[in-house]
Design a protein around this ligand. Structure first.
Ligand code: SAM
Ligand code: SF4
Length: 461
C-alpha cells in the first residue's frame, strides 16, 4: 500500500504535456476542490494535459458529492448531457470517470445501466488514476480498456495538491486531515470518506511553505472537522495553528469546518491571540432544538453552542460567524423549528447555509421516518432564509460608515469597473475606482450593502 505522507510531490506545475487531455469537473465542498487539484497534479505529473472544456477532452472526470440526493442526481444527468454534447458536436465518445463520494457510495453500480461510466475511483485511490486513464485513452495494444472500479479506504493515502495559481478568494486550500469520526445520524460522510486520518504536521507545514515560496499569502486549512485535528496525541488543532502561524511570509490563515463541540476555550483563546488567524468561525449548528440535536447526535445543546459563541466573542476581536442548518429532520416539530430561528436570531450570523433534510441510504437517521412533509420543509427553509436576511440587514447596516482593512481579490462581477476585496472576518466588499490587484491590502469605508456584500470607498488610493 502506497504512503504519501513521506513523499511530498513536486509542487511546481509542469508545463502542459502532449498526452491525452483530461477535463475535471468538481461538485460539492472545498475538500473536493482540493482533491481535484491533487488529481490534476497527479495526472500532469504522468504526462496528461488538463483542459477547460469537455469538448477538448479525451477523458472527463466528475469529482462528486453524496451529501444530499439532489447532488447525486445532478451528476447522473450530467453524464447523459456530456454524451449528448459530444454527439451534437460530432465528436467521438469520451471516457467518463466518477471520482469522490459517489464513487465510494455506489461503486460498481455506476458502471451499469444506460448512464454507465468507464471509471469509478473513490477518495483514497486517486494514485491509480494515471494508470487507469492511460489504459482507456491510449492503450498499449490499441484495444481500448474495459474500465475499472477502485474504491475502499486507505488511512495512509493523503494527497498533496499543487498550489493553484490564482485561487478563489486568494486563499490556497490545504487539506489537513480526511474522513470523519463523528457519527451525525443524517450524514453520509463517515461512510464515503472513511475514518478520520491526519496528514502529518511536517507535510502540512512543507506544503504551506511551498505555497508561500510561490507567492501565496493566505491558506484555508480544510477538513470535515479541522478542530478535531490530533497528531499522535502530541499536537492538537490549536498547536497546529501556532506552527502554521510561525511560517514566515504567510499572512492569513482561515479554516473550515469547525465542529462546535471541539471549539474549546483554549482553541478560541489561541485563535484570538494569533494575529494571522482570521476572526471568522464557520461552526455549523444544524438546529437550535436540543431534541433534534440529540437525534442528530451532534453532541452539544443549544445552550452549549451559545456559550461557545459568547466565549469566542470575548476571545477573538471582531469575530464573525457562519453556520449550516438542516430543516425538516425526522420528527422536527414546529416548536423545534422555532428554536432554530431563535438560535439564529441570538447568534446574528453573517451568513448561513440552510438545507432541507435529505434522507441518505444506510445512515442511522434513515431508520427514522422522514416525516416532515416536503411542503413544510420548503416553508421552513424559506422562513429561515427570510429571518437570516433580516438579521444580515441589521448586522450590515450597523457597519455602514466603519473603516475596515481588506485584501483585493480581482474584478467584481458588477458593476463594471468595480473590484472585490475581503476583510479578515470574511466580509466581501465591492469597491469602485482604480484597479485593486489580487493580494493588495486596502483601507475601505463601508458605504452600503446588499444581499451578501458590502459596498465601500477606498481611503488609501
Ligand atoms: N463536517 C461539517 C459539520 O459537521 O458541520 C459539515 C460537513 S457536510 C458535508 C456539509 C453540510 O451539509 C452539513 O453541515 C449539513 O448542514 C449538510 N448536510 C449533511 N447531510 C445532510 C443531509 N442528509 N440532508 C441535508 N443536509 C445535509
Ligand atoms: Fe458529517 Fe457530522 Fe462528520 Fe460533519 S461532523 S462530516 S456532519 S458526520
Amino acid at each position: 500500500m502506497a504512503t504519501f505522507q513521506n513523499s511530498l510531490p513536486d509542487l511546481t506545475r509542469r508545463a502542459p504535456a502532449a498526452g491525452p487531455a483530461v477535463y475535471i469537473e468538481t461538485y460539492g465542498c472545498q475538500m473536493n476542490t482540493y482533491d481535484s487539484q491533487a488529481i490534476g497534479g497527479l495526472l500532469e505529473g504522468a504526462g496528461f494535459r488538463l483542459v477547460d472544456t469537455e469538448l477538448a477532452a479525451d477523458a472527463v472526470l466528475l469529482n462528486t458529492c453524496s451529501v444530499r440526493e439532489h447532488a447525486e442526481h445532478k451528476v447522473i444527468s450530467r453524464v447523459g448531457e456530456l454524451r449528448m454534447r459530444r454527439r451534437q458536436a460530432e465528436l467521438g465518445p469520451v471516457v467518463i470517470g466518477i471520482c469522490g463520494c459517489m464513487a465510494e457510495r455506489l461503486g460498481d453500480d455506476l458502471r451499469k445501466g444506460p448512464k454507465a461510466v468507464d471509471l469509478v475511483v473513490g477518495v483514497d485511490n486517486y494514485d491509480a488514476l494515471p494508470g487507469l486513464l492511460k489504459d482507456l485513452t491510449a492503450p498499449a495494444d490499441g484495444s481500448g480498456g474495459a474500465g475499472a472500479t477502485r474504491t475502499g479506504h486507505r488511512l495512509d493515502a493523503h494527497y498533496v495538491a499543487p498550489p493553484e495559481l490564482y485561487p478563489v478568494n486568494n486563499s490556497h486550500l490545504v487539506t489537513i486531515h480526511k474522513g470523519c469520526d463523528y457519527k451525525c445520524t443524517y450524514c453520509i460522510v463517515p461512510m464515503t470518506r472513511g475514518p478520520q486520518s491526519e496528514k502529518a504536521p511536517a507535510v502540512i507545514l512543507d506544503e504551506i511553505a511551498g505555497i508561500v515560496a510561490r507567492g501565496g499569502r493566505e491558506v484555508t486549512l480544510l477538513g470535515q472537522n479541522v478542530t478535531a485535528y490530533r497528531w499522535q496525541d502530541s499536537l492538537d488543532f490549536a498547536g497546529l495553528l501556532e506552527q502554521v502561524a510561525a511560517i514566515d511570509g504567510l499572512e492569513r490563515i482561515r479554516f473550515l469546518t469547525g465542529h462546535p463541540r471541539d471549539m474549546h476555550p483554549h482553541l478560541m483563546d489561541t485563535i484570538g491571540r494569533l494575529d494571522k488567524v482570521c476572526p471568522w468561525l464557520h461552526v455549523p449548528a444544524q438546529s437550535g432544538s436540543d431534541a433534534v440535536l440529540r437525534r442528530m447526535k451532534r453532541l452539544y445543546t443549544a445552550a452549549e453552542y451559545l456559550a461557545m459563541v459568547d466565549h469566542a466573542r470575548r476571545a477573538i476581536a471582531g469575530v464573525t460567524f457562519s453556520s449550516d442548518f438542516i430543516v425538516g429532520f425526522p420528527g422536527e416539530t414546529d416548536a423545534d423549528f422555532r428554536a432554530t430561528l431563535d438560535l439564529v436570531r441570538r447568534v446574528e450570523y453573517d451568513q448561513i447555509f440552510s438545507f432541507k433534510y435529505s434522507e441518505r441510504p444506510g445512515v442511522p437517521a434513515a431508520r427514522l421516518a422522514d416525516d416532515v412533509p416536503v411542503e413544510a420543509k420548503k416553508e421552513r427553509l424559506a422562513e429561515l432564509m427570510d429571518v437570516q436576511q433580516g438579521i444580515w440587514a441589521k448586522v450590515a447596516q450597523a457597519q455602514v460608515g466603519q473603516v475596515v482593512q481588506a485584501v483585493g481579490e480581482g474584478p467584481a462581477r458588477r458593476p463594471a469597473g468595480a473590484w472585490r476585496v475581503r476583510t479578515a472576518n470574511n466580509r466581501k466588499v465591492v469597491v469602485l475606482g482604480a484597479e485593486i490587484a489580487a493580494g493588495d491590502a486596502v483601507t475601505v469605508r463601508l458605504t452600503g450593502w446588499d444581499a451578501t456584500t458590502f459596498f465601500g470607498d477606498r481611503l488609501d488610493a
